[in-house]
Design a protein around this ligand. Sequence first.
Ligand SMILES: [Zn+2]
Length: 354
Amino acid sequence: MDRRQLLIGGLATPLAANAATRALAEGSSGYYIGDMHYHLFFFGKNPAPSNPLRRMMARGNATLVSWSLVGDVPWLKLAKGGFTQKGLPKNAKEPVTWFDEELARIKKHLDDQKLKVVRTAGDVDLAVKGEPHVVLSVEGATFADGDLAPLAAGYEQGIRHIQLVHYIQNPIGDFQTSKPRHQGLTKFGEDVIAECNRLGILIDLAHCTNDAVMRALELSKAPMVWSHSSVTRQRKPTWTMPIWQARQLSLEGAKAIAAKGGVVGLWAMRTDVGRSIEAYADRMTELADWLGEDHVAFGTDLNALANPVVTSYADLQRVVTHWHRTNVPPARIRKLAIENYAGVLRKAFAARTA
Ligand SMILES: [Zn+2]
């Protein structure tokens, strides 16, 4: 640990919550960072207890971070270039048990760190103004295994952002890395969309097949996100491609999400986005040119990528610095850095009719 890290570690306490002080101390840009897709696990390399989230966020002035609970961890295995299914839940209870246990671990970590959870639009406003908040989210709604009730229970526990599918078969719809079985969403998947709208939960289409995305766009009453991966103009992604290519979104799909007010996040996968922070930053602004600057956000997928080009929120401050140097207007920087994710969360919350 060098002197600078010591200094930051010392400042990253609740007593030193003044964001401006932090920004100066850390040499960051003064812009706040939002991330639509972040992971922290309680196993493996860099587990949560030794990798505290508050310090991670403070080092890059990240104040609106979606901590994505991976809903299908017990049924995944590592495959070439990503994950694949190793089995399926034996009954509907297993995924709910996993979800409850993991959420309890996450909440304990947040309590220990004195980090606040986003529950209302007011909380989103505070995060945009510099008060660190975490958005509780789920990647792969496996915990709603044929039953809508866990969604409302999840909302009560603070879940505000749900990604429909991930790497294992579920009753909601098709995902990008496996042969489609439902031509998009199932009837239950359609009910999940309606229930998330009713509750005011942001719907995340990442990992969905194109058919599932299109059906969700027809149904949802609120704008949605594609939290992480990238957009390709050359390929038409299909499940037979290498995982990172299968996981890309077509330009047409991305534009359709944007046309409904949604936001697309760029992950930090080096194979895809390039070998430098600058390359990642340029891919972000290129995406903003393609989709409009109101429709792009960070979606790092940190701690779930094998070889990420962005490894910390301090790196996202370097992205912002690069934008500054290359004369990206401040209003555009703010949108990409945090405001677009904040805006789409507010719209999902406003759709609540429950
Ligand atoms: Zn993912």
